[in-house]
Design a protein around this ligand. Sequence first.
Ligand SMILES: [Zn+2]
Length: 308
Amino acid sequence: MNVMIPQWKADSGKPGPAVLITAGVHGDEFEPMLSLYRLSARLPQILTCGSVTALPAVNVGAVRSGTRCGPDGLDLARICPGDAFGTPAQRDAHAVSQLIRSSDFLIDLHTGGRILDIHPMCGYMIHPNASILAKQREMARAFGLPLIWGTDPAPNGRTLSVARDAGIPSMYVEYGGGSVVRPHIEEAYVDGCLRVLSLLDMIPESIVRQAEPVRWWVEDDRPDQGHLQSKMPSPADGVFIAAVSLGHPIYKGDLWGHVFDPLRGDRQEVRAEEDGLVLFLRAEAVVKTGDSLGGICVIDERVKQLKG
Ligand SMILES: [Zn+2]
């Protein structure tokens, strides 16, 4: 059973690393897909060694419908390494997992999708192997977004967990979200990928734009901190009105926002549960009880802070 995930490969014809870059693991994350088509036009002229394979639309059914998951309802970032004889998303997960295992490095590009807006960040699993972890830190730093966030390596089902098990240095990126495309995010992704390729000595450093300095770099090994969809559940159905902005410091007990009931005219307060940084916020106003209203990247004595 063949899975036709769109893909392109830039091959320098010279020995060097095989890098895999993925987008469209979720079908409503648009800038990553666009950035990979932009890279496909540039890389053949500038790649000096190794090869880059890019998958701009990993979950084909989800990308076709413009939704996080495809018609089978499965989140591809929870079902890796997939199943060659399963549903469409399981087959796509299987195909991407095979490609990850035959690569030397993985970069997985995301956004918050239609419902979340995320502060620009590079993430990785805190890999138990010190040399893999060191390489992942270098990649995240090279990509060049203001926040670097290392989290617990235990979660399964992700592209990154396939890479973890295969001993392949990997990272993911989150930036923005919502239902419109923002060109500066597409550009940041193109530049970030080029900087990682430059770090790996696959393209000349001189053609790469310099990154902004890293502002926060934390490693938080408490279980499940990296699971964005489960944070700050809405206490009611209604309309969410945020009282905070992405990237701003926040303290436990600060007002996060309100959930407004347009039928009764009343509103419920939502308060921050921890100290840290506003990492992501709900981008869609309409909420149901239990929907995530946002999340905090904890920056306190419980987490390790690294120097950018
Ligand atoms: Zn995603």
